[in-house]
Design a protein around this ligand. Structure first.
Ligand SMILES: [Zn+2]
Length: 307
């Protein structure tokens, strides 16, 4: 690679796109944010993605840099091999051949990836997972998803749907999940579920962050809701550890902002659930909401043809 090489990276979420020009060492040269405006429909979102990507490549050239590849991370079910955004609840993608569309428009080697798997990749190679060969990255926000990263590669699954950690069944008689089934982890322990449960019991609205704070001061309803969420997360993580036997669990997303209010009780609850399993080290994510964008950059770097 030459010194002026950069990759164009986009992390497309339900509400916003985080976009950047990134050097091969992970350094961000330039960053932009754009609204996704998903309610315009998937075709309009695809047009925006291609425009923003083209604009960034142009910006790189204008600054004397050489854009060598493009990486795009999107939510939902993603077929990374074919470069197709198969399905997404919040952006509305249905079998969009996003990689081919991007190649046709920009003429750059392009990788399409999944937002949380890309985030896990970035945490593994550049963030809180560095030095750990086997890790699980768990993003807890409006929903819950995970990436199992082994040797710097995130498992994709046979159908592009690996890592749907939020849909592990933890409470068979619990609240109904967005996927239609009662009792998924996401329906009990996502930030949205915590806020919903608190509002239901306290009859007053509060964000998950409020609930964490109030639980720390001993407010009984908040203590109860927070404990329910932490125990459900511990159940989910115990299942994941039985399956994957990872060294480290990196927790990101909005809920990780609760810091020790989350990590201390979660560590204790997970420890209680370990029998012969080795307990993974639980750490907070280091890259914040840039993880997905940096992961898209890493996918772009991996997509470059190697001489
Ligand atoms: Zn579900």
């Amino acid at each position: 690679m030459s010194p002026g090489d950069v990759v164009v990276a986009l992390d497309v979420g339900g509400t916003g796109m985080k976009c950047a020009l990134v050097r091969p060492d992970g350094g961000i040269v330039h960053a932009e944010r754009h609204p996704t405006d998903a309610d315009r429909g998937p075709d309009a979102v695809v047009r925006s993605i291609l425009e923003v990507a083209e604009g960034l490549a142009g910006k790189a050239r204008a600054d004397g840099l050489d854009p060598v590849a493009l990486g795009i991370a999107v939510p939902g079910v993603v077929d990374e091999v074919r470069g197709v955004a198969v399905w997404s609840a919040n952006v509305g993608f249905r079998n969009v051949p996003l990689r081919d569309l991007a190649v046709a428009r920009l003429g750059l080697p392009t990788a399409l990836g999944h937002d949380v798997r890309a985030g896990g990749l970035a945490e593994a190679r550049l963030g809180a997972g560095q030095g750990s060969g086997q890790l699980l990255f768990v993003a807890i926000g409006t929903g819950i998803a995970a990436a199992h990263v082994v040797g710097g590669v995130a498992a994709v699954g046979a159908h592009g749907a690996a890592g749907e950690f939020g849909h592990i069944l933890v409470r068979p008689c619990g609240p109904r999940c967005g996927c239609g089934r009662p009792g998924c982890l996401e329906a009990v322990a996502s930030a949205a579920a915590i806020a919903r449960r608190y509002a239901e019991l306290a009859d007053s609205p509060a964000s998950a962050a409020d609930v964490a704070r109030r639980a720390a001061t001993g407010e009984p309803i908040a203590v109860r809701v927070w404990r329910e969420a932490v125990e459900a997360l511990a159940d989910g993580l115990a299942t994941a550890q039985a399956l994957f036997d990872v060294e480290r669990v990196v927790i990101g997303g909005g809920l990780a902002q609760a810091g020790p209010h989350l990590f201390d009780p979660l560590r204790a609850a997970l420890r209680e659930r370990m029998t012969f399993h080795r307990e993974p080290v639980l750490v907070a994510a280091a890259l914040g909401d840039e993880a997905g964008c940096l992961g898209a950059a890493l996918l772009a770097l991996d997509a470059r043809p190697h001489p």
